[in-house]
Design a protein around this ligand. Structure first.
Ligand code: 13P
Ligand code: SF4
Length: 327
């Protein structure tokens, strides 16, 4: 089956998407592009989204911090969040007057499920006066119970900005320990974890290094300490992408959700990407068909309980304020 040579979008993704996949997706991508124009909509996509979404229909792409910033600056009537529920809630907190759509409400997150607002209140009672930093991978209710949010790219900056010897950092225990190792602050944490990143073992990295001598290994801070210690660099999804862009390794393993490697590989066809694969079942719930359908019907825009909006918005805005100069 020959592809039309003028098909520049397919040219961008041809090393990570097969021709039959592309031919099936193309009419839906065209429908979405038309709907975006008709509804004055912008599509935001997290770095873990499928290449056909990421390269095919997204207007803006990024990690959680980047998407929050893009959402804060959005100039459209409608925001479609191709990511998970907490990302759509964050976009809505920053855009109360815009319609925010999430193509599938079952796109959750194991970290967001790990802690409730009542858990945070109980922690605060047990540790009076200790400020609470909440990872952005949480519900709006949990954010409202905390002092400030953070993402994996600004966690150390935010914790240090509080000028406290001790901080409650919830719910990801691995990111919490990463912050403790990279700051002077004592961190109290929670037992949350990411089902995708906890899959990786340091033995996986040993095996990669044995199979591909000289390979660079870079990991997300939601991985265990052992995995982080075995890696050459640790960072948020966008920081890992920046690392590849800057270092241009011959071969690299990105120890994070593996769809991201395909998105990056589309940009860097000369780099060999090798990694153990772990897929986020929540991110995968977003499909081209669901994006088209939500734009067509405009059904179920994101709504947040008005009682928790002010507190949750304050925590997100404080994060953006504290991390203004961060990448
Ligand atoms: P980033 O902010 O690094 O993109 O992380 C989001 C996430 O869900 C990682 O699993
Ligand atoms: Fe949540 Fe992990 Fe999926 Fe990220 S990869 S959305 S932290 S479950």
């Amino acid at each position: 089956m020959a592809m039309p040579t003028d098909n520049s979008l397919f040219e961008q993704v041809r090393n990570v998407v097969t021709e039959p996949e592309w031919l099936l997706a193309k009419p839906i991508i065209e429908e979405i592009q038309a709907l975006k124009r008709e509804k004055n909509a912008v599509v935001l996509a997290h770095n873990y989204q499928h290449p056909l979404i990421y390269h095919g229909v997204a207007d803006l792409r990024g990690d959680s911090l980047g998407l929050a910033r893009e959402a804060a600056d959005a100039d459209a009537d409608v925001i479609v969040m191709c990511g998970v529920h907490f990302m759509a809630e964050t976009a809505k907190l920053l855009n109360p007057d815009r319609t925010v759509l999430l193509p599938d409400y079952d796109a959750g997150c194991s970290l967001a499920d790990a802690i409730t607002a009542d858990d945070v209140q109980a922690l605060k009672k047990r540790h009076p006066g200790v400020p609470v930093v909440t990872y952005v991978n949480t519900s709006a209710a949990v954010k409202a119970a905390s002092d400030v949010c953070c993402t994996s790219s600004n966690a150390v900056t935010i914790v240090e900005a509080l000028n406290s010897e001790k901080v409650l950092f919830v719910p990801d225990r691995h990111l919490a320990k990463y912050v403790e190792r990279n700051s002077e602050v004592e961190i109290l944490t929670w037992e949350g974890g990411c089902v995708v990143h906890e899959e990786f073992q340091s033995a996986d990295i040993d095996a990669l290094r044995a199979d591909y001598p000289g390979i660079d290994v870079i990991a997300h801070p939601e991985c265990t300490k052992e995995v982080q210690d075995s890696a050459d660099a640790v960072g948020s999804t966008s920081q890992l992408i920046d690392w590849v862009e800057e270092h241009r390794p011959e071969q690299v393993a990105m120890i994070t959700e593996c769809t991201m490697s395909d998105n990056v590989a589309a940009h860097f066809p000369k780099i060999a990407f090798k990694q153990p694969c772990s897929i986020c079942p929540y991110m995968r719930r977003i499909t081209l068909e669901k994006i088209r359908d939500c734009l067509e019907t405009m059904d179920d825009p994101v709504e947040i309980d008005p009682r928790i909006v002010p507190g949750a918005r304050r925590a997100v805005r404080r994060m953006l304020e504290y991390s203004r100069v961060d990448s």
